[in-house]
Design a protein around this ligand. Sequence first.
Ligand code: LLP
Length: 400
Amino acid sequence: MIPFQLLAQEYETPLYVYDFDAMTKQFETLKEAFRGKKSILAYAVKANSNLSVIKHFASLGSGADCVSIGEVRRALMAGVPAYKILFSGVGKRDDELREAILSDILYINVESEAELGRVEMVASQLDKVARISVRVNPNIDPQTHPYISTGLHDNKFGVDLDSAKRMYIKAKNSQFLDPVGIHFHIGSQLTQLEPIYEAAVIVADLVRSLSAISIDLKFFDMGGGLGVQYDNEVTITPYDYAQAILGALKGLDLTIIGEPGRFLTANAGYFLTKVLYEKKNGSKRFVVVDGGMNDLLRPSLYKAYHRIEAIGKKGEPSACDVVGPVCESGDFLAKGYELPLMEHNDLLVVHSAGAYGFGMGSNYNTRGRSAEVAFEKGEARLIRDRETFEDLVVLETKYL
Ligand code: LLP
């Protein structure tokens, strides 16, 4: 049990708390599902990019999937070996490509023919060989929220099969490119296995047809996307997930790469916020808290559900909107949520906030981002200071 009340007293609110032991368990369960196969789990740093979180996964043997050179630098700084780092993302600048190639990371996930041209150009300027993988868009509907669905031709991600084939041939013929992998990622918070399997079959078939023209890939990168339980979703088990991927790959001997983010961190994270007061507009009840959309954007952006626990409160619950202090009607943590009558300084714990929580935070309304705490083996420790007003203005004051 995490002593939320004590942590809120010691570190104040709003606060993120991460259960590192729960993260370990998730990592090991997923790794175990691929036991006996060559595999690398490359933690998707965007889910929670705190250096201590990345370092924790690195200590378990994780690699890192990064979507900016900033994330690559974080991964290296946190101790992830370069040979387990991937650089993905639909738009990479030349300077980012340059640094990635010079850092000798495992490979760059390329998302378009135009980008392949840039990678080749940058590699030639450096007189280096860039290892690449092509992100294939298998045109599969992952049946998740449209904002986090990425595997349809309607989405900006990846390339169709014909373009992918052309890109591999170009890469094979280039002295500055080495095609080592193939990648797909059809969306996030996936709870249906069938679309993942179908996508894997399409991509595995492409691997076979490339092999027939002597382009032999080493890495089969199945992306991330494994869903978790926020409410009462039925999720895919790591075992079934692994069996689907292995089933699609049958006969192929490639190292499997996974890019899990949410699965590793979401349910290990808690967002702690204190009640400022209750108010009513007519008959509508609001509980106003000290954390808002600038701390946890998911409810506002995706209407995402996060379970909220009112610590130590036993009264009769009734419906309310839990709202933050930000000047936006969209600033809420929950709508129509059943809570007992709340008083000043009561503590609310927002569950499943470990993925895409702090990382999507902002300084909107000149609000400093919250502190972050790790809870591991019964002990808590600070892993990020609370931002101060001075932190927020430091890049501007010299221009006054
Ligand atoms: N690999 C690639 C190429 C990705 O685009 C993503 C997530 C991942 C791996 C990790 O996916 P995961 O295992 O975490 O599902 N902000 C949204 C989620 C955006 C996901 C973006 N890409 C949310 O809060 O639900």
